[in-house]
Write a protein that binds this ligand. Structure first.
Ligand SMILES: C[S@@+](CC[C@H](N)C(=O)[O-])C[C@H]1O[C@@H](n2cnc3c(N)ncnc32)[C@H](O)[C@@H]1O
Length: 269
């Protein structure tokens, strides 16, 4: 009986079936909402979030590291998406830099933390932040790769958001909708206002997982359209076997392993 290391079956770069293709490891740094992490988990990726705060979502109990992301950012990741604090870096706060004591040093620390996220030990990296001021840019050194708006992803609000991308394609708009009100005006006053304001839009989280998830799969030769896991039993031993969905020549099929190590296929209606 073959012991499988992973419950994903894929193909290697030569296009051969390869039951050792491991799930891609994704770190969503500085995320308490779990929105990006859960979007990747739903697509079958091995994703975790990390924040100093506890995770807001139920899955956070097992898929969240509560602590300093610098503890784990040097581990080996396939993709890191980071949302570092913008308070001391963004253009809208630049006026306080010269008036509030201590603010300058906090800005330098925040920009250095930003750079560490950009230097994550990953083949693919995205760091997200609002438009930075020129002092932060002097430390970050790299210009942002693209700016997006929530109204391009199904939310009728404005909030210019920049991405610094390493080895990732630009994120394409998924659902352009009317409505151009600033996000801050739509949120009720209260103690949670800034927390709510900082949460990643769901439409953007889904676009990350759909587009960059597909990019990662394509790169490894794993062409799954939806590698969500469900239970499938081996024909002979009736134990659970690893399997996945993918497209072959435009036809959606299921491939799975039997306990003999053979790959069986069947069409999915
Ligand atoms: C702008 S918020 C991003 C929220 C995110 N978009 C979400 O949907 O949860 C920045 C987050 O970075 C976290 N943070 C700041 N320093 C951190 C560190 N050293 N390690 C991990 N998280 C950190 C904060 O606790 C805060 O929740």
């Amino acid at each position: 009986m073959i012991k499988f290391q992973t419950n994903i079956v894929g193909r290697n770069k030569a296009g051969e079936r390869d039951c050792k293709v491991r799930q891609k490891r994704i770190l969503v740094a500085c995320e308490f909402s779990g929105r990006v992490r859960d979007a990747f988990l739903d697509r079958g990726f091995d994703a975790i979030s990390c924040d100093l705060r506890p995770s807001d979502s139920d899955r956070g109990k097992s898929r969240h590291y509560q602590g300093n992301v610098l503890d784990i950012i040097g581990d080996e990741w396939d993709l890191v998406i980071a949302h570092p604090e913008c308070t001391y870096l963004c253009n809208s706060g630049v006026r306080w830099l010269h008036t509030q004591p201590g603010r300058w040093m906090k800005m330098i620390q925040a920009a250095m933390f930003f750079r560490m996220c950009l230097e994550a030990n990953a083949a693919h990296v995205c760091v997200e932040n609002p438009i930075p001021h020129c002092y932060a840019m002097e430390i970050i050194e790299e210009p942002y790769s693209q700016i997006i708006q929530p109204w391009q992803y199904g939310h009728g609000e404005t909030k210019a958001t920049c991405f610094w991308l390493r080895n990732l394609p630009q994120l394409q708009p998924t659902n352009v909708v009317p409505g151009r009100e600033g996000r801050i005006h739509r949120l009720p006053p209260g103690p949670n206002r800034s927390k709510l304001r900082s949460m990643t839009y769901e439409g953007v989280a889904l676009a990350f997982a759909d587009q960059w998830g597909a990019h990662l799969n394509k790169e490894s030769g794993f062409t799954s359209a939806n590698n969500k896991r469900v239970q499938l039993l081996c024909d002979s031993c009736k134990r659970r076997v690893p399997f996945c969905h993918w497209y072959d020549d435009g036809q959606r099929i299921v491939r799975y392993l039997t306990c003999d190590g053979f790959s069986a296929t069947e069409p999915v209606l």
